[in-house]
Design a protein around this ligand. Structure first.
Ligand code: PEP
Length: 255
């Protein structure tokens, strides 16, 4: 069956519980949208359960923006993959560059999070992306390969990878509407990521693009053959803008 390109909202540390509920009710009342089967929303931990029932009723999937790498125990402030899974949350973002850079999340931590999230049967959106310096030095591909290899290191149970997708997010393009990423550049990087997973694991996985996607440029990225969808930060906070992006995504299918 043909599947529409995937659209994921990463709300980051935005929206109170009532703002999250208002957003969802406005989104599902938008009669111009046909279905939400390809839509995943990643709100804060506080908001996530408050919109759970409405999202479930409308085929909108939910993801967490983070999780810890242990199932249970004395880890004040953390939320475990098992808690997410048992609450009915399907997805989790792991390795977002803001957590790598601003919260000192190391490759080792990301590897542990990925493993425990996959072991608990969550679907993982693993974020990778080069910095501006790496791009300027021409080392973007090796930077990406290093991030992927360290994240999946030790994942011998290949079946775990069935639940993995990768979001290619060049760090220099996140939250930077002036970055003007060439969609062909993103396409080539996504194709490169797919090929390397294919060669190493004999697996076909979905690869998304993220970095200042909005309703004006979404079509240019989502029409690309190797870009299976978008991870959207800033533009996912505005319901009209986000619903425009969903509409655009529904014109394109994962190949
Ligand atoms: C992100 O942080 O995942 C992201 C893609 O942000 P933005 O769309 O704001 O660049």
């Amino acid at each position: 069956m043909k599947k529409n390109k995937i659209v994921i909202a990463n709300w980051k540390m935005n929206k109170t519980v009532s703002e999250s509920q208002k957003f969802i009710s406005e989104l599902i009342n938008d009669r111009t949208l046909k279905n939400y089967k390809n839509v995943i929303i990643c709100p804060s931990f506080l908001s996530i359960m408050s919109i759970f029932t409405e999202c479930l009723k409308n085929n909108i999937k939910l993801g967490a923006q983070n999780c810890f790498y242990e199932d249970i125990g004395s880890f004040t402030g953390e939320v475990s993959p098992i808690m997410l899974k048992k609450s009915g949350i399907e997805y989790v973002i792991v390795g977002h560059s803001e957590r790598r850079i601003k919260l000192n999340e190391t490759p080792d931590i990301i590897n542990k999070k990925l493993f425990v999230a996959l072991k608990n049967k969550l679907k993982v959106i693993l974020c990778v992306g080069e910095t501006k310096t790496e791009k300027d030095c021409g080392t973007e591909k090796s930077a990406i390969l290093n991030q992927i290899n360290s994240a999946v290191c030790g994942l011998k149970e290949i079946d775990l990878l069935n639940n993995l997708m990768i979001a290619y997010e060049p760090v220099w393009a996140i939250g930077n509407t002036n970055a003007n990423v060439d969609p062909m550049y993103a396409e080539n990087m996504c194709a490169f990521i797919k090929d390397s997973i294919n060669i190493n694991f004999r697996k076909k996985i979905n690869v998304l693009y993220g970095g200042s996607l909005n309703s004006k440029n979404a079509e240019n990225f989502l029409k690309m053959e190797h870009i299976d969808g978008g991870l959207i930060g800033g533009a996912s906070l505005d319901v009209k803008e986000f619903s425009e992006i969903i509409k655009i995504s529904q014109n394109f299918y994962i190949s």
